[in-house]
Design a protein around this ligand. Sequence first.
Ligand code: PMP
Length: 442
Amino acid sequence: MADVNRRGSTIRDGGPWVEPPRPGSSGLCHYGPVTEQQTTSSPRPRVSARIAAIAESATLAVDGKAKALKAAGRPVIGFGAGEPDFPTPGYIVDAAVAAAKDAANHRYTPAAGLPAMREAVAAKTLRDSGYAIDPASVLVTNGGKQAVYQAFATVVDAGDEVLLPAPYWTTYPEAVRLAGGVPVEVFAGVEQGFKVTVEQLEAARTARTKVLVFCSPSNPTGAVYTPEETAAIGRWALEHGVWVITDEIYEHLTYDHAVFTPIVRVVPELADTSIVLNGVAKTYAMTGWRVGWMIGPADVIKAATNLQSHLTSNVSNVSQRAAIAALTGDLSAVEEMRSAFDRRRRTMVDMLAAIDGIQIPTPEGAFYAYASVQGLLGRTFRGVTPTTSAELAALILDEVEVAVVPGEAFGPSGYVRLSYALGDDDLVEGVSRIQALLAEGR
Ligand code: PMP
């Protein structure tokens, strides 16, 4: 249940954000030691209702718990993290080392990013997505996550509804709520390959609908929309004046016959009412470098840059120089990592599909397998009878020391997400342990 703000409206219930009343009218604050009076009888909450309503990132929580157990010497295998296990390719690291030695990179730079980085994003967009953009329409951010936050903050007003295909990446609803918006889940289950249809979106659309979130290849499901499906959704959004925030961070990770389809390429008129989110983290094994970007119409990018100029200023220049090397280099290192992920994907899906009670469509993108565990709930394992995927995930961690992320982090209960971005041996060992435990169910 959500925190209730002081006018009684709950954020989680989807009501529009209501500013808590401000006691006193002077607007002045007095710094100094906190008194007994303030801590015990102050009518004001210590943490703002807006921030108190944010849930911890469940994926980072699972990963943190697994890492802590590992540090304590336990043989834990973690399928929680959304990050490649490879080191960043050497030529990218070399560019960063050289940049760190150049005093030009020891200073602030324009908030929107180094001009060379914005140009590299424009050139890369033409190369990978097949359409031209002006470097001025690029804002370089601290990871894709800051781009996600700023995109919603920039186009969502209080009470605006944001259509969120579910299962969704855990950060989207929090970023929508922080912007004062109302996330509206549109659920697609296993039988639809975790992909929403235009009919579902249309049924969820109201006069308050401002934005559709589109993430293909998808975290958490690994689903990839076909060119036809992408075009149909893009045309629907255009026809109804719904903005599209399209998260393309897994663009290079597709398998089998799946292809990544940039929605703005197939519906070019969307350029004026869309924001593309992207970053180097997943493609180049650069999660720790914190470089992402957003691409959008001039007014939106200008407004988002103003926000960023007060929030974080520019992204670390050394990291931007590394990202420039990544984006202007070829894609051979990416292809090597992709084929390793592909091999692991097939191993993992085969092993999970063999478990009685699990249903899993073959993921075609990103590095996640998303399995329905509904057939396992209600069975008893070692005296425990999980009735939710959160309980099942806790059981798996407690009994066989394997960390998976429960579906509750991404929408409805009844699913688990496993990342296959980890070494082949660990992967086989981890899924074998899950198989052995789940085979005990009665
Ligand atoms: N979008 C999606 C769909 C993601 O999965 C992630 C990382 N988990 C991000 C954006 C953000 O990535 P980063 O901030 O590391 O660039």
